[in-house]
Design a binder for this molecule. Structure first.
Ligand code: FAD
Length: 463
């Protein structure tokens, strides 16, 4: 056992929250230890954002080849090799993880392998192979341990038939059929991926629509598009009596207004949400509280213990990588004694990378009305866009919600190819409090999908 070491800041977990916090603190001249029990980059780099996007790119290419006749593309007998796509995704992951390692080294962050556990308010035991191998004493501690997949009692994953997104990202053979339980971002992305490469997919969502937190029009458009792509979408529905029988999962699908239906599939993917990863951290030893599975903090990511912060998925709220990184900046500013502004949820863009993709920021029309706002809404369909027509991807909508009477943009809701790349402009528009009149006076390049943003703003102006 080496002697206890003293650092200015100890960061637990190296996801987009943790590595960003470590880099920022080190670049300010603080001595930083970053403790990671698994791979650098966290869930985001290793089992979340990055591998999903790499795999989705493979499926998108396959989709194009298969449906490309209208574009003059003929590739009879084209097939998809899942193992090769998975291999490529792991290569991408490794490259990004190595890049993070390099940046951390360059910034002078000490990366400490092992599992951190509080031994006291300032002390962390570092556990390796089941034993305490190291102790670190830190002036400030940032908990960035991320999330863990929620399960449903009786539906604990066996990692073979009943799987989580992690197994779905490293499958060797294509299953003929899959039930995806949960119609949130992870369920939707993986449902589209598997359906596109040839799996018969059924999505079961308990709420009355897919992506229940998105604007209702967007959810509806996604459902229509998925059904057209041959995905069975059961919303407001439940699975009962789930059984694992030999190599299959069987269940009873309860759709409102319909007779119960017996369904079966080779895999059941559990995508029912994420809770905070707080187990085994010894939070009691530090006096840090947990509520509904997430670490309790104030708006500036401070726990009840003055020098301990929590950021990212473990803190709850929007479970997104860029939200974790933004919170890293808040926590580090607070440690450095500079002023920090709380992060507003309505300033955080949200993206889903299926085809069509979805991107949004701020309030939906329903939320704005419920908040007592008078709104003027503008829409523009991709079907009217020269670029979308040239591209051959006509499904798409830009919906902008402004405060009526020349007020600022309250929310933006996009669906369609490329939506995730268009949201940046609208995030900027939100952060600057841009009005419909201002946005519609900005010159947008032609032909681009971004013209649809200007068109929607014009429509909101009533022109
Ligand atoms: P994480 O990235 O979860 O990292 C936490 C790290 O802490 C892990 O490496 C873990 O090993 C480590 N750790 C935990 N406990 C300890 C301990 N006691 N000691 C040492 N180390 C510990 N978000 C997006 O914004 N865009 C996307 O496209 C996107 N796609 C996703 C796709 C999937 C399939 C999944 C599962 C998630 C996706 N997410 C996406 C969500 C995103 O991955 C998370 O919001 C993000 O990773 C949260 O970052 P974090 O820093 O809080 O923690």
């Amino acid at each position: 056992l080496s002697a206890p070491r003293k650092v200015d800041v100890a960061v637990i977990g190296s996801g987009p929250g943790g590595y960003e916090a470590a880099l920022l603190a080190a670049r300010m001249g603080m001595q930083v230890a970053l403790i990671e029990k698994s791979a650098l980059g966290g869930v985001c780099v290793n089992w979340g954002c990055i591998p999903t996007k790499a795999l989705l790119r493979s499926a998108e290419a396959f989709d194009l080849v298969r449906k490309g006749a209208a574009l003059g593309l003929h590739a009879p007998g084209a097939s998809f090799e899942l193992a090769a796509a998975v291999k490529r995704s792991r290569t991408v992951v490794l490259k990004i993880s190595k890049g993070i390692e390099y940046q951390l080294r360059k910034a002078g962050v000490e990366v400490v392998p092992g599992e951190a556990r509080f031994a006291g308010p300032h002390e962390l035991d570092i556990i390796r192979e089941g034993a305490v191998a190291d102790t670190i004493t830190a002036r400030s501690i940032i908990i960035a341990t991320g999330g863990r997949m929620r399960t449903i009692p009786g539906l604990e994953p066996d990692l073979r038939l009943l799987i989580t997104s992690r197994e779905a990202l490293a499958m060797k053979e294509l299953p003929a059929s899959m039930i995806v339980l949960g119609g949130g971002a992870i369920g939707v992305e993986l449902a589209w991926f598997y359906a596109t490469i040839g799996t018969r997919v059924t999505i079961v969502e308990m709420m009355d629509r897919l992506m229940p937190l998105e604007d209702a029009e967007i959810s509806e458009a996604l459902k229509r598009s998925f059904q057209k792509a041959g995905i069975t979408v059961a919303t407001g529905s439940k699975l009962e009596d789930v059984k694992r029988e030999g190599e299959r999962v069987t269940a009873r699908l309860m759709v409102p207004g319909e007779e119960p239906q017996e369904i079966e599939a080779e895999r059941l993917l559990l995508a029912v949400g994420v809770g905070g990863s707080t187990e085994g951290l010894g939070l009691e030893a530090a006096g840090v509280g947990v509520s509904r599975g997430f670490i309790e903090t104030d708006a500036l990511c401070r726990t009840a213990v003055a020098h301990i912060y929590a950021i990212g998925d473990v803190r709850g709220g929007m479970l997104l990588a860029h939200k974790a990184s933004a919170e890293a900046a808040i926590a580090v500013a607070s440690i450095a004694g500079t002023s920090a502004e709380p992060l507003e949820d309505t300033m955080i863009p949200r993206c889903v990378y299926a085809e069509p993709s979805i991107a949004s920021i701020g309030m939906s029309e329903e939320q704005a009305v419920a908040a007592g706002k008078n709104v003027s809404v503008g829409r523009s369909n991709f079907a009217a866009s020269g670029k979308a027509n040239a591209y051959g991807s006509l499904e798409g909508l830009v919906k902008l919600v402004f405060e009526a009477g020349g007020g600022p943009l309250l929310g933006a809701h996009l669906i369609g190819h490329g939506a995730v790349e268009l949201i940046g402009e609208l995030a900027l528009a939100r952060s600057l409090g841009i009005t419909a009149s201002r946005l519609s006076s900005v010159v947008h390049a032609h032909p681009t999908l971004s013209e649809s943003i200007r068109e929607a703003a014009l429509q909101a102006l009533g022109e």
